[in-house]
Design a protein around this ligand. Sequence first.
Ligand code: PHE
Length: 569
Amino acid sequence: MDNSSVFVYCLAIGSAVGLGNVWRFPYIVHANGGGAFFIPYIIALVTTGIPLMILEMGVGQMFQGSAPAALRRVNRNFEWVGWFALGTASIISFYYAIIMAYSWQFLVESFWYAFDEALPWAKDAEGYFTAHVLNQATTESEIWQLQWPLVCGLAATWLAVFLIIHKGVHRVGRVVMVTVPLPVVLLIVLAIRGLTLPGAAAGIEYYLNPDFEVLKEPKVWLAAYGQVFFSLSLGFGIMIAYASYNRRRGDIANNAFITSLANCATSFLAGFVVFSVLGFLAFKEGGVPVGEVVKGGPDLAFVTYPLAISKLGDFGRFWPPLVAVLFFVTLLSLGIDSLFSLVEAAVAGLHDRFRFLTRNIVTAGLCATGFLAGLLFATRGGLAWVGVFDRWCSDYGLAFVGLVECLAIGYFFRTARLREYVNAFSEIHLGGWWELCIRLVTPIALTGLLGYQILTRELTGEGGDWRQDVAKIVFFGLLVLAFLLGRRKRLIAILGSGVVAYFVFEVWLSTAAALTGALALMILLGGLAICIGIALRGKDVEHHERTHGWPEEERRAHLPHAAAEDEDG
Ligand code: PHE
């Protein structure tokens, strides 16, 4: 393997290993049966995580393009999936950055008070986060006020992203040489500190103690699939863009395995960091059960963990600020490469399509947009928006893109061709299991995931406030935009009529009935469009090829048999 592909896979690992490993994984393990959760998790990893990782990397490397371009080369009907992936990735980057901004503020303020007798949040960690950092609005009129320290944190974050990727992330090797190993080293240091604290054993017991009963519940399996997906950064076009920077003959399967396993190992390690300290916190609170101090999501990283750190003073005055600084530097270094991977995927997509825009301009434009859009999350009502967009983009968007990707490769392209291509250059050879996973297992799992979430949340109207409606509109707006960019007029018409029908039906029917009605209408129109398409095919294809298509020679150059002549090594 040459240096450039080692480097590309460092980028992939950097993207996968992110904030999710620290605050999402440990909590999900604990909430879904502790040690027993590793069974569904590993099954999810092997049946969907790794196969889809191979698929994304394989498509990126074989077709040498960002998600929209590569998927267009798979089948021109699927370019829109790539655009939609980039759209959701961009929105995720907007709120991922605000979480980095929280970390900046905690980091800076831990320095401030290193000279004081205690860390600033020692007295009331919860209040510090909600009333000081977020300064959550108490009245409706306050929700749009900006929190200036967070705005500064956002600016710092986006500036860093711009400086790192504006020349092309695959050219600035030095950055990942820091952002990939640093958090792992820091996590090891934090784990050692955590495990040597009193009460740590109880915390770890709590983290790993298996409850096999829960394996009967579908929600545990869905949590495993969801976590594997999010954690491996799949379904955002990131791995496609990264793999396209590789030479055509790079190893794929081996690296997909390495990236996936390295990511899971980091998650597992982070569990020790988090739960050892939670055990200590429970011990300090007078031996309460560990379950009482456990929280998930932002609260874990910004309330519970900082609170535990502030209690380290017994071991020496320097421990609280030292561990605080180490922890927030860990979060920042974990987050930054995941964040720039999201932006990079979008930059690559736009740059591939709009060649007249230079990389610099696209990057600057996206970073500026990211900063401006991020201001929404930096307001005093910002945290509520984070939850809302997270639901639409990372829960639904990701599963949806993954599903369509599998269907596109599995049924509208010869999976065997991709498999042969991967096998030609990879040490690990893919067997028929891989195709089975792509065509059946993964689509079924993802349909289950999506269906379950829609049934339990959307149809029950859970957490439905006006913000949900805004996010819904943004989500469907992105879909329409993706169809426009993906040059699929008929699809736009069908989807558009579905959306209109949905809103019309919803005025006088329940959500479920409106959805069924809209869906039925779209299926009917879709069927009609396919029939008309078949009737008109001859003329249409020719015309399309002439007006918009990638030139045929270029397309042929991307087919695998051309690789033999492609002397790159
Ligand atoms: N994989 C990252 C994490 O675990 C999150 C992420 C998702 C990053 C999607 C980029 C894209 O935190």
